[in-house]
Every structure is written in C-alpha cells, then in structure tokens.
Design a protein around this ligand. Sequence first.
Ligand SMILES: *[C@@H]1O[C@H](CO)[C@@H](O)[C@H](O)[C@H]1NC(C)=O
Ligand SMILES: *[C@@H]1O[C@H](CO)[C@@H](O)[C@H](O)[C@H]1NC(C)=O
Ligand SMILES: *[C@@H]1O[C@H](CO)[C@@H](O)[C@H](O)[C@H]1NC(C)=O
Ligand SMILES: *[C@@H]1O[C@H](CO)[C@@H](O)[C@H](O)[C@H]1NC(C)=O
Length: 392
Amino acid sequence: MKVPHAWKDRKKEMIIPHGPGHRTASKRPMWILVLISLVCISLIGAYIYPPRRYSSCYFFASSVCSPFKDWLPAINSRVLTDEEIASHVVIKDILAMPNVPSKNPKIAFMFLTPGTLPFERLWERFFLGHEGRFSIYVHASREKPVHVSPIFFGRDIRSDKVVWGKISMIDAEKRLLANALQDTDNQHFVLLSDSCIPLHNFDYIYNYLMGTNISFVDCFQDPGPHGNDRYSKHMLPEIEEDDFRKGSQWFSIKRQHAVLILADYLYYTKFKLYCKPGWEGRNCYADEHYLPTLFSMVDPTGIANWSITHVDWSEGKWHPKAYRAQDISYELLKNITSIDKSFHVTSDERKLVTETACMWNGMKRPCYLFARKFYPEALDNLMNLFSNYTAI
Ligand SMILES: *[C@@H]1O[C@H](CO)[C@@H](O)[C@H](O)[C@H]1NC(C)=O
Ligand SMILES: *[C@@H]1O[C@H](CO)[C@@H](O)[C@H](O)[C@H]1NC(C)=O
Ligand SMILES: *[C@@H]1O[C@H](CO)[C@@H](O)[C@H](O)[C@H]1NC(C)=O
Ligand SMILES: *[C@@H]1O[C@H](CO)[C@@H](O)[C@H](O)[C@H]1NC(C)=O
C-alpha cells in the first residue's frame, strides 16, 4: 500500500537532521538551526498532510526527485493523460449512477465453457421453480454445446476462440457481460465455468447476491513471482507497480460494475498489450490481474476482495484440486460451505498467508456460493446429494 511505503521513506529521510552533523551543532551559525527547523517543520507537515495519490515531481528531474516523491508535500499532481482524464470522468459518473430500477430483478448466470456443460442437469435442478429470477448465457469457445436441459436451449451467445491466459479470455467475459446487460432486469452477473457447481439452493444464492451492494471480485497484493513480478513498466504512468493486484478470475458483479468493465478502454488496453503469457508479456495472465487491478484502483470499497467460487489450491500444484466421483460426500460439501474466512498466500519465498473473515453487510457469513473443479463423472453423486447439501 502507498501510505506505509511513504511513511517508511519519510522516516528514513527524517534521520538525516539527527545524523553526523548533530555533534557539531553548537558551533554552527544560527541559519543552519533555522534551516534544520524548517526541514523538520516541513517533514511534520508532510506527515500530517500525507502526499496526494498522484503527487509527482514537477520541478525536479525525475532521477533526482524520485526518492522525494513519496514524502514531500504534494508539489503538483502528475499531469494526467487525455485518456486518463476521459476515463476517470466516465468511471466516476458510472459509479455515481443510481441502479436501473427493475420490477423483476434477475441474476445473470454466465457460463464460460469450451463446449457441452457436464453439469447441466444439476443446474436445471438448481434453477427449477425459480423462472423469471435468472437468465442464462453460454459462451462456448471450442464447439457447439449439446444441451440436455430445456432451460439451456437457445442460450448460447455468439462466441469466439479463447486462449488460456490471453486477453481473448477477457474478451469472452466482456462478450457475456454485453449480452447479459441487454436485459435490464439483470442486476447481478455471475461468471461460471463448465466445472462449477452450486453449493446452495437458488433462494440462498439469490438473497446473498441481491442483498448487498458489493461485487465479489477477488483481489490481493502479491509481491512474488505470480504477482508483482508480472507487472510491466509499460503500464506506466496510469498503472504503477503499487496498483497491481491479483485474484481469481471467477467474479460475481453488480450491474454498475458490469457497465464499468465495458466502458473501460484505458486499463483494458494496458493489459491487452503488456500482460501476456510468455516471457515478453512477463508471463502475465490478464484474467488473474486485469479486474482485480482495475477495481482496486477505481472502486476499492465496492469489492469484497474474495471470490464466491471456491477452489482448493492446498495441494500446491499448478492446477487446483479436481474432485472425482468418489470424493463427493455430504461431509466434503459441508466442509466447503462452512468456510467463513478467505485466504490469500503470497507466491514469494515468505508464503505470507492473510486470512480475512467473509463479511456480508457487516455480518460474518460463509464465503462460497459455488465451487470448482469437479470432473463430469461426479454428476450422479452430486445429483443424489443436491437436495440434502443445499437444505440450508
Ligand atoms: C444499495 O445501494 C442503494 C443506493 O445507495 C441503496 O438504496 C440500497 O438500499 C442498497 N442496498 C443494499 C442491499 O444495501
Ligand atoms: C477490499 O480491500 C480494499 C483495499 O485493501 C479495502 O479498501 C476494501 O474496504 C475491501 N473491501 C471490503 C468489502 O472490505
Ligand atoms: C472435512 O473437514 C475436517 C476438518 O477440517 C477434515 O478432518 C475432513 O477430512 C474433511 N473432510 C472432507 C471429506 O474433506
Ligand atoms: C443429509 O445427510 C446427512 C448425512 O447423511 C444427514 O446427517 C442429514 O440429516 C441429511 N440432511 C438432510 C436435510 O436431509
């Protein structure tokens, strides 16, 4: 975070007046004492009035001034680029806009899948009896899905190829959002994969998402190789390394934030150009960084900082744990639904763990509404248990 860094630098600089020169202070003429007091006063001033976010160096060459940047009182704001001024004003207006009123608020369930959805029958059971309170969108990036449930018929949107880790993943998410936003009754937008399952019944999930003004976007600061090491200086001046965030791709966002994502061109373009798999793109995966970075910059208090889709990384492998048919039990599902803290682990050698209680409107509640990854073979066992494990 900005403030602690600035504070640290400031403390370093404050040592100087009490440094080696201190011993000879008595021999010094008055003006040195006056100068020292002036420096002290401005340092205290800098502490009381912390530098503004965009404080920058107007009068100094950048090499001279960079160490001062963080502790001097704001001399001047960085001159914003044209794109940045435009972007800030558009985003500010979107965030200030009242919700589009809807007599019949719905949740948009957006499936990002290569092809056929293996858990369609489970989802059908989940949706049945709640017609009019949800809408479904399917983006199949590899082959046309074969639907077994009538509620999925005709719900495929025009899609395009998705390459793992590339910006085409974000483009597919934006395509889903654009389609789902056309229905003004859709108030909340959930991104799901083909290996996702619901962890609760429909009413529980509906009330959980509709009952809060927060978007569930996972977000944390990771100083390690899977975090800030992926940051590229080409993202300057708009995105500083301190702004860079990481988080799971699987979001659930309110309408205002969905519009914001479609309106953003500036930050999207930075990630499109400078966050790519492979060495040149700093081995960066836009789907793990773009939205967490965007929201932590433009609306940090509007996001929960955790994802409502559970995934188990505890095995420490390249891919999360995937559940087979024999893994499915009442106990497993209860274990997942009873988790009420979210965990983040940094990818550096410290492996620093942060544990945060999942707070919903000021109340501690279970974190997860959906879970991944499940093998298609788990379907029958999940169907058999569904009404049991979702009975609140
Ligand atoms: C969400 O925000 C709107 C406008 O600020 C407010 O009227 C509404 O009560 C809030 N809803 C919840 C569930 O907090
Ligand atoms: C998410 O994190 C940001 C920055 O750390 C914080 O300002 C915000 O309050 C957090 N969101 C919630 C809902 O606690
Ligand atoms: C459920 O959680 C308990 C306690 O953490 C653990 O001992 C048990 O192995 C878990 N069961 C399953 C099926 O994950
Ligand atoms: C679900 O199954 C568990 C274990 O088999 C049982 O203890 C529990 O009573 C069941 N709950 C419901 C609501 O059927």
